[in-house]
Write a protein that binds this ligand. Sequence first.
Ligand code: GLV
Length: 320
Amino acid sequence: MGFTVVTLGSQIADEGVALLREAGATLVATAAYPPKDEMIAMLTRHRPEAVMVRLVKRIDEDVMRASPSLKVIAKHAVGCDDVDTAAARRLGIPVMLATGCNAQSVAEHALAVMLALVKDLSRQDAHMRAGRFDKSLYHGRELRGMTLGLVGLGQIGRGFARMAAAIGMKIVGYDPFAPDSAFEAPVARVRELDTLLETADVVSLHCPLTDATRGLIGRREISLIKRGAYLINTARGEVIDEAALAEALASGAIAGAGIDSFSVEPPPATHPFLRLPNTIVTPHVAGVTDDAKREVSLQTARNVLAVLSGAPPDRRYLAN
Ligand code: GLV
């Protein structure tokens, strides 16, 4: 059967494209972060049965309605805060996710950033390149014995917990939505977010962006974080009060931050995180290693094919 798949926000990896082509798909794609009117024009023109969503600002009901043939929206990701899932449900369109496919990559990224922060790698590298070979400028620390506080105990949080435990860190976790099984060793459960913030030497965010988590780490919560602790955000920028965090970093109350996602992407060139010497910033890439891109593209393609085959949406991947 022939069918059309439009990718909004640049095409997925070759492996996923090949799977769809073998099944008879015609594929078209916009560039990254297409304006809304361009997405609507694309869907009106091609009338796709499936839309894959990659780098976009937001997919709302107007975009969904632009293709009268649309039967499935497949996020090329695990988070789906950029798709109006309630509107999709009203229209009877399942929104599918590549659940779990990039969890290892994101957990490894959090580990890499934690090591780089605590070993002061960026500043040491900058000193060397500026001609300063000066060991007295180094104040790296050992992670062994430190406490890692995980906010969110899904596959990423649990994966990071296992890695950190192997280094000898203590792990505490806060997640009011996770099953009890998520809190098995090495993760000790804390029931209050405040307790985690007051206890952890490294706080790492692994929760989805939802109404419950938007602004979860606000000014008050940032003030509870232990002086000299580190914060890692590979979740979503909107979970944190970015201005309050920038102030805490500038004052040294928080020793350093690893930031992979921003409330506005791409962030403006004036964003304070880009100017602070104690931040490590990456362009929302924790979950897009070459390995994860391949796995995510394949699962995204499989999600499209499964729904178009008429089978009921697989609940493991269904967002709405
Ligand atoms: C990455 O941010 C994802 O949602 O998979």
